[in-house]
Design a protein around this ligand. Structure first.
Ligand SMILES: Nc1ncnc2c1ncn2[C@@H]1O[C@H](COP(=O)(O)OP(=O)(O)OP(=O)(O)O)[C@@H](O)[C@H]1O
Ligand SMILES: [Mg+2]
Length: 138
């Protein structure tokens, strides 16, 4: 089943609430969408709802940001899948909590599903001046 929600930035709580209601405590969430579609913005709103005070920015230059209390944010735009695996970064996914991934590829997703992780995909598409969020469990 794919859930579809259309939301402006001010309406993002509808997406955050849906995720909080349907996503287990430990999950890997792929954020799929073009440049500037709103992946980091959604991550920031989820963090805020979790009571995380730190500013959420794109972790492009560090691959991963850990916001404590089981909330992780990755930007894999600049790294090849093979490099990610060689660095052993996939071991991070064993940590309890939500792992938000920007620019994660299908190869990584297939690997994680094969390894038994609970994987979700949020596909973000521009829709007039809002965004459409398609949320599915893989
Ligand atoms: N639901 C929304 N409705 C309208 N505008 C939005 C929405 N979500 C995000 N935006 C706007 O889209 C722009 C890009 O957002 P953001 O940086 O989150 O994108 P991104 O997908 O993380 O980009 P990148 O691929 O470069 O990391 C920002 O100006 C933000 O305000
Ligand atoms: Mg981003």
């Amino acid at each position: 089943m794919i859930k579809e929600i259309i939301a402006s930035i001010d309406e993002l709580n509808s997406v955050v609430n849906y995720l909080n209601e349907t996503t287990p405590k430990d999950a890997i969430i792929f954020l799929v969408g073009n440049l500037a579609s709103g992946k980091t913005t959604l991550t920031a709103h989820i963090a805020k709802a979790k009571g995380i005070e730190a500013e959420v920015i794109s972790p492009t230059f560090s691959l991963q940001h850990c916001y404590g209390d089981g909330f992780y944010h990755y930007d894999l735009y600049r790294i090849e899948h093979s490099e990610f695996m060689e660095l052993g970064l996939f071991e991070e996914f064993d940590k309890s909590g939500w792992h938000m991934i920007e620019w994660g590829g299908e190869v990584l997703k297939a690997f994680l599903l094969g390894a038994g992780y609970d994987v979700f995909t949020v596909t973000i598409t521009p829709c007039n001046d809002k965004r459409q969020y398609q949320i599915e469990r893989n």
